[in-house]
Design a binder for this molecule. Structure first.
Ligand code: ZN
Length: 127
């Protein structure tokens, strides 16, 4: 499993954990809901409230930046026009041409990743 997949999985687990905590917290509070002005009895979770969501394997598409490798480019020589005593122009080499290493252009590629989502209990009653 790649570190990226592990990170994603962790964030999903954290999210699931937060949902689970929320459901438990709401189970402990007595909510006095009113429907059409009539007070409803506080909801108490029963075993039928929960449903087992089986583990899933998801395939997700992710755009990943791939940096370019180093490239060698030719930097051309620099010449300057000088005039000799007769007034005729001549090209004088100021700086020789040379090869220079520059970072290549990166690009985005779309990669498929398999994501294992563990099974979990989920409250379906809305409380
Ligand atoms: Zn319930």
């Amino acid at each position: 499993m790649s570190s990226l997949t592990r990170m994603l999985l962790m964030s999903i687990l954290v999210t699931l954990g937060a949902v689970g905590t929320c459901a438990i917290a709401s189970a402990q509070t007595t909510d006095n809901r009113t429907v059409n002005g009539v007070q409803q009895a506080p909801h108490r979770h029963t075993p039928t409230c929960r449903q087992w969501v089986p583990p899933q394997t998801k395939t997700i598409q992710r755009r990943v930046w791939v940096p370019g490798g180093a490239e060698r480019i030719w930097v051309p020589a620099v010449y300057q026009t000088r005039y000799n005593t007769n007034g005729n122009p001549t090209q004088v080499l100021v700086k020789r041409g040379y090869h220079k290493k520059v970072p290549g252009r990166g690009r985005y590629v779309v990669r498929s990743e398999r994501l294992e989502v563990p099974g979990r209990w989920q409250y379906m009653c809305g409380h």
